[in-house]
Design a protein around this ligand. Structure first.
Ligand SMILES: C[S@@+](CC[C@H](N)C(=O)[O-])C[C@H]1O[C@@H](n2cnc3c(N)ncnc32)[C@H](O)[C@@H]1O
Length: 389
């Protein structure tokens, strides 16, 4: 078993620094934040831990090699020289996927079949097999990604993307990806003792991710990962990671989280999703017009992904909603407000310039995350436990 591995936590553009902080929070120091990924060195136990805990990353990949390749011969020989036998066992099934950008080796199908052939030869030699490889065992998705003539060869340790937490039993028209929702919450300074509201909650993703963060519940606790069946990671390592997740959860943390939406059908779906996430009735769900929002407490956080008004006919209604929200929140200056929208006129309609803005992609939609910091009340100090990513 290799003692140290190089792992790559992939992420949506704009979320890299948040994923980097999450990786650091897991105790890994040696990290590089690059475009769309965070690379870090760790021992093998980081594979279960990163998969279980990373909230905003898309996947965790294991780097088998990174090298320059401008000819098919070079790709073949350098791939074959890598220690595949340390990772893929005799019966492992290993399809090869690929991509190539700005590189001499641009034919992706050719790159994939060359990489496949090189790994087959190496495994047959190392495992002493003279016929063919059965490929009936554990699943290893190999990726050859070539960028500016540099080939990166990885194994996908996650299986389905990490946004698939296992709790989404239903969704609305435009659900937010769980990884993005977790990032939106982690950008704020909310701590779980403070009120938290999403008045356009849809299927409840932001509120559910906030509850998981608030009680320090590992987001991957309810799902499986491809690497759970890999021979070089012992069952003990997986058991310890799941045990750590169980012991770290703070189920006694009281929460004051409300999700509301105008659509009663979505409130039903949000309730079911929260139930599936194991949150029971920890979150309060309400069918309500956002314009009826009237907070009774101080120092709260409103974090939301309202409609963007991109569809013909929706725009005026959405603009009115933004105006209403601005006028409600002006009467509650201790509340912090965080809004994700693609509507470029948001600040004007809301009636105030954001304290901070962050460019993010919601799928393929270019959005801004408008952040308005609430005024701190001296009598109720923030206890400093906020996440503040
Ligand atoms: C972009 S979706 C939110 C999706 C949500 N983040 C999720 O993950 O499912 C916007 C939501 O705003 C709701 N909505 C539209 N107009 C509203 C209003 N006036 N008051 C409250 N909710 C409204 C819609 O029903 C929809 O669920």
């Amino acid at each position: 078993m290799p003692r140290k591995v190089t792992l790559i936590a992939t992420s949506a553009m704009g979320l890299e620094s948040i994923v980097g902080k999450e990786v650091k929070a897991l105790g890994y120091e040696d990290i590089q934040v690059e475009n769309g990924r965070v690379v870090f060195e760790a021992d093998v136990s980081a594979i279960p831990r990163a998969n279980l805990w990373l909230r905003s990353a898309d996947r965790v990949k294991l780097q088998v090699g990174r090298f320059k390749a401008t000819t098919f011969d070079e790709l073949f020989e350098k791939t074959k020289a890598l220690p595949w036998e340390a990772f893929i066992d005799e019966k492992g099934e290993f399809p090869v996927v690929g991509k190539s950008v700005k590189s001499k080796l641009y034919s992706v199908p050719d790159c994939q079949s060359i990489v496949k052939k090189a790994i087959v030869e190496k495994l047959k030699m190392k495992h002493g097999i003279s016929t063919w490889l059965e490929e009936t065992g554990a699943f290893y998705r190999v990726e050859v990604a070539i960028h500016k003539d540099e080939a990166l060869l990885t194994l996908d340790t996650s299986g389905s993307g990490l946004h698939k937490r296992g709790y989404r039993v239903g969704q609305g028209e435009a659900p937010l990806k769980e990884t993005l929702a977790a990032a939106l919450v982690q950008v704020t300074n909310w701590n779980p003792d403070q009120p938290f509201v999403d008045p356009f909650c849809g299927s409840g993703t932001i509120a559910i991710e906030a509850a998981l963060i608030g009680q320090n519940i590992a987001p991957g606790f309810n799902r499986e990962f491809a690497s759970e069946n890999w021979g070089f990671i012992s069952q003990k390592v997986w058991d310890e990671a799941f045990q750590e997740a169980e012991e770290s959860a703070n189920y006694d943390q009281a929460l004051n989280i409300v999700g509301s939406d105008i659509d009663p059908g979505l409130i039903d779906i949000a309730k079911k999703n929260a139930m599936e996430a194991g949150l029971g009735d920890l979150i309060t769900w309400k069918q309500m017009q956002a314009s009826d929002f009237n907070p009774k407490q101080e120092n709260g956080y409103l974090v939301s992904n309202p409609p963007y008004g991109e569809r013909m006919g929706d725009r005026e209604e959405v603009e009115e909603m933004y105006r209403d929200l601005g006028s409600i929140m002006r009467d509650h200056p201790t509340w912090s407000v965080y809004i994700l929208t693609s509507h470029e006129g948001f600040e004007k309609l809301y009636g105030a310039s954001a304290t901070k803005k962050r460019k993010l992609f919601n799928g393929f939609i270019k959005t801004d995350y408008y952040q308005y910091f609430g005024k701190k009340l001296k009598s109720k100090p923030n206890n400093g436990k906020g996440f503040g990513f």
